[in-house]
Design a protein around this ligand. Structure first.
Ligand code: PHE
Length: 343
């Protein structure tokens, strides 16, 4: 009995080895495994016979049976590993991956042309010691008009086609001059500030959009003169368009500055010969400015006998159009990537 069992076990091992050599893939290997080690497997069948052995013979046969079981287990495991890596090797050999292909590059965007000009302008003013302030885009009548010396029913209100909200007291600010008032209310002079931001007017054509951007500027101190205004704004314009650009100041009107002026720069495109860009005049209008009207100082409690100041407001889209040679302002806000990519 004992000997025949030992023989069976040896035979089992030999047959298993033969079958293993023939098993070509994972599925076959698993089949072979169940054939020998499964619940109704061949080794299991042999082990059942062991019950009939004498207690003396049992350990010898048991040890042998264990040895064969471990052998089969280990062989199957090794063969499975081998077949797995062989599968990977053969996939790779098929050339489905070209590991030498370059990766997909990360597509990087860039700042909107108007933002670029706004940042550039801000840098120029910060270098001259102007601190940046912001204010709300939804404003009240007082900060938009009243405190800027534009009383109700004054014809100067017609200069701006304003978006009103909920009656006549709340509106989308039509200019950043509102921030002048808000900062002066909080801060005593001397003051040197800019206020970049979004403004709104009910206006739409090739050079106007209902929403656009301005930078407001204000310098208040004892003894600030129109010469300071000229110096600062000339440096700004030349910083943006080059040192060879000339500036001139044309009398104008704003209710909150007196005297008021428009700053023109010499046309950088034709060098004042006259071209399409400057409409044949040799000059391009850039911004509005002036000395702060003493009436405005009264509203914020500044002593107009002691301090003087100048203010200016610059349209960013207009500067960006000039700087980049764009003729239709609306293109800035259509978000056509083919357009924006060019700047
Ligand atoms: N607020 C004026 C506008 O929007 C510009 C301006 C600002 C003019 C400050 C003079 C001084 O048109």
């Amino acid at each position: 009995m004992k000997d025949s069992l030992l023989q069976s076990l040896e035979r089992l091992r030999a047959e298993f080895s033969g079958q293993l050599a023939d098993a070509s893939d994972e599925a076959k290997l698993l089949e072979v495994k169940t054939e020998y080690l499964g619940k109704k497997g061949r080794l299991t069948e042999v082990l059942k016979e062991m019950g009939r052995l004498s207690s003396e013979d049992r350990p010898t046969v048991g040890a042998k049976a264990n040895e064969v079981k471990e052998f089969i287990d280990a062989q199957i495991k090794a063969a499975l590993e081998k077949s797995k890596s062989a599968a990977i090797e053969s996939e790779l050999a098929k050339d489905v991956f070209d590991i030498t292909l370059p990766g997909r590059p990360e597509v990087l965007g860039h700042l909107h042309p108007v933002t670029q000009i706004l940042n550039l302008s801000r840098d120029l003013f910060e270098r001259l010691g102007f601190a940046t302030h912001t204010g709300p885009e939804i404003e009240d009548d007082y900060h938009s008009f009243e405190a800027l010396n534009i009383p109700a029913n004054h014809p100067a209100r017609d200069l701006q086609d304003t978006f009103y909200l909920k009656g006549k007291n709340w509106l989308l600010r039509p200019h950043t001059s509102t921030v002048q008032i808000r900062v002066m209310e909080k801060q005593k002079p001397p003051l040197r500030m800019i206020a970049p931001g979004t403004v709104y007017r009910s206006d739409s054509d090739v050079t106007h959009t209902p929403m656009f951007h301005q930078i407001e500027g204000l310098w208040v101190d004892e003894g600030v003169t129109f010469a300071d205004l000229k110096g600062v704004l000339s440096l700004f314009v030349q910083g943006l368009f080059g040192e060879s650009v000339e500036v001139r100041f044309r009398p104008s009107f704003f209710p909150f500055t007196e005297p008021s002026a428009e700053l023109d720069m010499s046309c950088f495109s034709c060098k004042r010969q006259g071209c399409n860009l400057c409409k044949g005049t040799g000059w391009i209008e850039v911004l509005g400015c002036g000395m702060v009207d003493p009436e405005v100082f009264k509203f914020v409690g500044y002593d107009a006998e002691k301090v003087q100041g100048f203010a200016f407001g610059i349209g960013m889209e207009r500067l960006a159009m000039l700087k980049f040679g764009i003729t239709d302002l609306r293109l800035f806000f259509e978000n056509d990537i083919r357009f924006l990519k060019q700047f």
